[in-house]
Design a binder for this molecule. Structure first.
Ligand code: CUA
Length: 355
């Protein structure tokens, strides 16, 4: 291949990659734009370790280039051997001590941050403080449940949290291993079926404003054909707004006036209510909660976690869930509903709001 062609291809590849990676820098998604205490700590560690790595690379490269030039074979000196330094105590000590110092510089803040990030004492107190917020996260094949145990409120897909305070999470899964990740706000943690993991996150108000109030959450553990579609949204709001939201959720009940939506309600109560609840206060045990709670469905950010939130997409989802999210467990609608019934259901679901 012509050399210029190869170079040109490489150049194009790098340009495309730069363009693609530039898309990762969004404030609602990017780890490189830390949006809270945890993300800040982790970002600082990343910068520190990168700085140390770059320093080592630069110093080693300089020494390497110097040695290659300084001790290269010269004309007329083919048999000259430079002074040998094998077994030099001084050198051995230098190149043992330098890495030890570098590792210490990296280890001290890393260990200290690890302990800070693992501090979940406030959530496990016998009697929790009134303002310590705990959220139980349950990951299921392609959807997320969020329970606020101290308020008896359950929701799904859209996590609502107060800003500028630590929020504590209990993480688990009901089927296979998933991983709970809000990239801009902190590192991921696995949700397992056999144990409960705990950690905390803090959502910065200023960063939330920059992100438009909504951070993106992801499943970060390969869990099945729709793993890449297992998204959720995080609405980060001031504490006062959060408290108001909780109050509204506690008392939320479907209020249907529109006649078409009323038809939808009838269909829902006949066919869907076995799996989906429409009130956030759901006393059933979690094994019985086999599908997302839809109490505030009309307020949500997405349909099925990924599609823009509008009636058209909702109907598309109801018509054939499999075409949107392969392998999902919503089997009750495909081929079983007429267009008219789908219309009515969509109207009803969109009317479920607390805001
Ligand atoms: Cu759940 Cu990947």
């Amino acid at each position: 291949m012509k050399k210029w062609l190869r170079n040109w291809r490489l150049f194009s590849l790098f340009s495309v990659m730069a363009l693609l990676l530039a898309g990762c820098g969004k404030p609602f998604l990017s780890t490189l734009q830390p949006a809270g205490e945890v993300a800040d700590m982790q970002y600082s560690l990343m910068l520190l370790s990168t700085a140390i790595m770059v320093l080592v690379i630069v110093v080693v490269t300089i020494i390497f280039v110097y040695v290659v030039i300084r001790f290269r074979q010269r004309k007329g000196e083919e048999n000259k051997i430079p002074k040998q330094v094998e077994g030099s105590h001084k050198l051995e000590i230098i190149w043992t001590v330098i890495p030890i110092i570098l590792l210490l510089i990296l280890a001290v803040p890393t260990v200290s941050a690890t302990f800070k990030l693992a501090d979940v004492k406030p959530m496990n107190k016998e009697k929790r403080d009134k303002d310590t917020l705990v959220v139980n996260v349950r990951a299921n094949l392609y959807w997320w449940e969020f329970e606020y145990p101290d308020y008896g409120v359950i929701t799904s897909q859209d996590l609502v949290v107060p800003t500028n305070e630590r929020v504590y999470f209990n993480l688990k899964a009901s089927d296979v291993k998933h991983s709970f990740w809000i990239p801009a706000v902190g590192g991921k943690m696995d949700t397992n079926t056999e144990n409960k993991n705990q950690f905390w996150l803090e959502f910065d108000q200023k960063a939330a404003d920059k992100a438009g109030g909504v951070f993106y959450g992801k499943c970060a553990e390969l869990c099945g054909p729709s793993h890449a579609l297992m998204d959720f949204k995080v609405k980060a709001v001031p504490r006062k707004e959060f408290d108001q939201w909780i109050e509204k959720m506690k008392n939320a009940k479907p209020v249907v006036t529109d006649p078409v939506a009323k038809q939808g309600e009838a269909i829902f109560n006949k066919s869907c209510i076995g799996c989906h609840a429409v009130t956030p206060v759901d006393k059933r045990p979690e094994q019985a909660r086999t599908a997302p709670n839809l109490a505030n469905f009309g307020d949500r950010e997405r349909i099925a976690g990924i599609l823009d939130h509008n009636e058209e997409n909702l109907k598309k989802w109801l018509r054939n869930p499999e075409s949107v999210k392969p392998g999902n467990k919503m089997t009750g609608t495909y081929g079983k509903l007429t267009e008219e019934q789908i219309n009515a259901l969509a109207k009803y679901l969109m009317s479920l709001k607390v805001e």
